[in-house]
Design a protein around this ligand. Sequence first.
Ligand SMILES: Nc1ncnc2c1ncn2[C@@H]1O[C@H](COP(=O)(O)OP(=O)(O)O)[C@@H](O)[C@H]1O
Ligand SMILES: [Mg+2]
Length: 319
Amino acid sequence: MSDLWVEKHRPQSVQDIRGQLPVVQRLTIYSKNKEFPHLLFAGPPGTGKTTAAMALTKDVFGDDYRQNLLEMNASDERKLESIRTKVKQFARTAPYGSAKFKIIFLDEADALTNDAQGALRRIMEQYAQTCRFILSCNYSSKIIEPIQSRCAVFRFRPLSDSAVKNQVIYVAKEEKVNLTDDAAEALTRISQGDLRKAITALQVAAALDHNITRELIYETSATAPPEALHQYLMACKDDGFHAARRRLKELLDKYGLAGTDFVNQLHRELYAADFLSESAKLDLTEWMAEVDYRLVEGGGEHIQLDALTARFVTHLKNE
Ligand SMILES: Nc1ncnc2c1ncn2[C@@H]1O[C@H](COP(=O)(O)OP(=O)(O)O)[C@@H](O)[C@H]1O
Ligand SMILES: [Mg+2]
């Protein structure tokens, strides 16, 4: 079994998948009937697409699932030829046991070019009698229409806060680590609906200390807690440039943030800062967007963040 907690605690049956209710309901019917069409799973990372494909396969085939499953990752198999060869070999033999078909799971199918997808579509047609394809992707718009129309499409959503929290609490218990309630909340906040991110951050923190606090989560996940970001904004408003700049430096050092991390986290937190007016938040947003762009384009971090602070201070002192 894998040392990675995300793998170790991956749900093995469709029933154990957290959240994604509409998806789980439909997949449950498939796993009961042991029959389904080609499937396309679309949605952001860490929301259960690969998990669902594997869980459905196991539910349908039971312990012998490996004989009836061909798993490929389109990002590794960029040449369609290798996919074609593997599918051909795999589809040549009849399904194992009492299964009616075999499953070909092509993960991250949006990594394929449009041409390759066109060829894939023909492969799907050619082997439709004996195989079901499950494709996963981040954006269904990157999958060509003729493939989409041959599949039942499932949309995976970012997981709700309660789904993320329940799963991290479950994993912590299984791993026998102490996770305080506000540390579980912090994991939920940093994950933004991505359970892979939440469980990975939990494991990183647990490697340092089996008593996991909110502070430890923030310090090990390159994320500033909301109050640190608020204090920076407050300093811009009340204490002037030098004090705000000092706060910012402390915050970057303590939580190990790069400039773009800071700007993006501040952006997420800005709307909760009720000591700022609506119009101030709008102006600040525009400047953050500009600095984010400049940083990505290679602008120097110190000067860009100082410029941001200078603008905030000038603007907010009249608030
Ligand atoms: N809905 C979910 N329920 C339970 N665990 C999940 C869920 N989504 C993701 N996970 C956890 O996160 C890890 C990564 O999920 P995965 O299904 O590989 O995401 P992706 O949507 O990127 O394919 C899994 O191994 C599992 O531990
Ligand atoms: Mg995946």
